[in-house]
Design a protein around this ligand. Sequence first.
Ligand SMILES: [Zn+2]
Length: 337
Amino acid sequence: MPTRQLNWVVVVVSILIVIFTSVSCQKKEQEAVKGKKIKVITTLFPLYDFAKNIGQDKAEVVLLLPPGVEPHSFEPKPEDIVRINKADLFVFTGKYMEPWAEDVLKGLDHKNLIVVDSSHGISLMEEKGKHEHQHGHQDEHKEVHGHKEDHTHQHKEGHHHQMDPHFWLDFGHAQKMIDHILEGFVQKDPSHKEFYLQNAEQYKSRLNELDLKFKEVLSRCKKKVFVHAGHFAFGYLAKRYGLEYVSAYGFSPDAEPSPQKMVELTKTLKKHGLQHIYHEELITPRVAETLAKETKVSLLKLHGAHNLTKDELDKGITFISLMEENLKSLEVGLQCQ
Ligand SMILES: [Zn+2]
């Protein structure tokens, strides 16, 4: 064979090899996506429930929080970080719920990880009445004791601007969170876009129905205020349905309620003739029990849905079923007709 002709053959064969390899690689990648489930790590129960409903049999969704663990004081262990590093999608609530997320994500060496910040575009609330309340404290103290230490206390806390991270309890915000998770799924696996979209739409319409039910039931109650002996988790819910709400703690249940807070809760119960006090999930309702005994009211549960116990997970409890239970509890406590 002449050299020229031989050169041509080499070039053509090389081109064919390149084309063939690239086609077969693409095919392999597609097959991998087709056969493999998308690995999703979520930080909080609502996100877990939303992602499971969107991904269904095409996703393997993991809740990072171990069952029954209080989420505000949770920090991921090294093995959790390894799991996040191996995932396709990481869904977190936002920086006020998971202050550790930013640093953990910076430390990962996983370029293809899709990160979903579910708080994106949602305007967060500041702790309601915190400022006025502290002024109230200050005045009260001054009148009685005139202590200097109250000054430092107010000063320190006055500069602390914490935003309320419990926005999943506003079902309008919850629908936006679903949209963000959906975007993550579609970005990872665009070939099943329609499937994810349909599932997300279905879930959102159920949340819409739930919202209407809350509006309807809560519009016919004798009372418009409720007392919660837990942390301040229901600010968004109260705001959405025009309710007032007093809680024993701030945004996380890690401090003892002050004696003034206990007095405020007792006063609110008496002033409004309430017959029930709410306690939260996952934590022994010690404060609620004390108040209930003192004021002769009954206890009811309001579930913030942050996390579930092992027992609740085994029972297959969903975000929507938890919220339906909450509505029943509110219906009783607010004396709805
Ligand atoms: Zn909380």
